[in-house]
Design a protein around this ligand. Structure first.
Ligand SMILES: O=C(O)CCC(=O)C(=O)O
Ligand SMILES: [Fe+2]
Length: 382
């Protein structure tokens, strides 16, 4: 699948990226198809929801689609347990077309391969609270509640980003009249063949998956299955492609591909390729645990807003993206998170089943829109 020649690349200082294995574009959806992912492929079995156990387990969603109410409850239970423990998992059986994923990945590689001057033509409007287009340098670690802004901003993440949001689409969700009009700035599309098409198709697939996962989350929280529906039907989700360039020279001490942080929104659905210098999560013993890229799965994690919504019953776990070891420093990496963010006006306040007399609500109400805009200001200074 993925082969790495670590002996000669430092000499050539030539960036390496992960090619699709032969036959990938057949359009067939199989559990073993792969597009730059590595690690063990997982095989769903009819009678198991948890395919691989651990701090970041692999959960098979198939029973939620095919197993009737009992299947949905079983998957909901499994998701709920993980969300209380690590808040990080990989999902198989998600139903997203391999072709849609492969097209998004191809488009992503093509975009970041453009000359910097071309990418800068799509630079995010400084007034855009959601930083759509080619992102400014920034530091995710600066968004942490306890961060020293000056220190973190002096050590920006070693990545490039490109972001779209549904609010920037022609038929975009409504906003209250007092909302910042810049939220409606249009998405910035590169003039690359089939790029916008690939991104829109992938975004739509993520919207479907996220909505379904929210329904399973409702079951996990002993809520009616449709409880979240009217809070996410006009969601304002940023989909961000991350490009982590090769590192011919050792990075400045203290700088990482992405500094440690927790995600801000409700849940993140992450596509990651299997290149070295990847994702790690902090476990309960404060050890960094690698999150391998497993073929045909997505990583899912809970964000701060969901932790707040559940009165901290569910956890938003700290993670980071490390620099590659020097022996493979010429390996580029790509990842594409879909940061699911409820409707602008959705009021996030303690979910009724997450409190009782001995466990009062810890946080006051806040709207989804105000919350996310504040996080952006911290990380990118807008
Ligand atoms: O690149 C990754 O695997 C994760 C990136 C990430 O954590 C983020 O963009 O919030
Ligand atoms: Fe993250």
């Amino acid at each position: 699948m993925v082969t790495l020649d670590t002996t000669s690349q430092m000499g050539s200082r030539k960036a390496r990226h992960y090619a699709f294995p032969q036959g990938h574009s057949s359009g067939k959806d199989t559990m073993n198809a792969s597009h730059g992912t590595s690690g063990t492929a997982v095989q769903p079995t009819a009678d198991k929801v948890t395919l691989i156990d651990g701090y970041v387990p692999v959960i098979d969603l198939s029973s939620a689609w095919t197993g009737g109410p009992e299947g949905r409850r079983a998957v909901g239970r499994a998701l709920g347990e993980v969300c209380e423990h690590s808040g990080f998992l990989a999902v198989a059986g998600h139903g997203v077309s391999e072709t849609v994923i492969a097209e998004m990945y191809r488009a992503t590689q093509e975009f970041f391969a453009l000359p910097l001057s071309e990418k800068k033509r799509l630079l995010a409007d400084p007034d855009d609270p959601l930083m759509r287009g080619f992102g400014r340098p920034g530091s995710l670690a600066a968004s942490n509640a306890d961060a020293s802004l000056d220190r973190e901003r002096a050590l920006p993440d070693i990545s490039e980003t490109y972001t779209i949001n549904k609010l920037g689409e022609p038929a975009s969700p409504g906003l209250p009249s007092d909302a910042d009009p810049h939220l409606k700035l249009p998405n910035k599309w590169p003039e690359l063949p089939r790029f916008a098409e690939a991104y829109r198709a992938y975004y739509a697939a993520m919207e479907n998956l996220a909505r379904e996962i929210m329904r399973l989350f409702a079951l996990a929280l002993d809520l009616p299955e449709s409880w979240f529906d009217d809070k996410i039907d006009e969601h304002m989700t940023n989909m961000t492609a991350n490009y982590y360039p090769a590192q011919p020279d050792p990075p400045e001490p203290g700088r990482a591909r992405k500094g440690h942080h927790s995600d801000w929104g409700c849940l993140t659905i992450l596509y990651q390729d299997g290149a070295p210098g990847g994702l790690q999560v902090l476990d309960k013993a404060e050890r960094w645990v690698e999150v391998p890229a497993i073929a045909s799965t997505f990583v899912i994690n809970i964000g701060d807003l969901m932790a707040r919504w559940t009165n901290d019953r569910w956890v938003s776990t700290v993670h980071r993206v490390v620099n590659p070891p020097r022996a493979v420093a010429m390996c580029e990496r790509y990842s594409v998170p879909f940061f699911y963010q409820p409707n602008y006006g959705a009021v996030i306040e303690c979910i009724p089943t997450c409190t009782d007399p001995g466990n009062p609500p810890k946080y006051g109400p806040i709207t989804s829109g105000a919350y996310i805009m504040d996080k952006f200001r911290r990380a990118y200074g807008n």
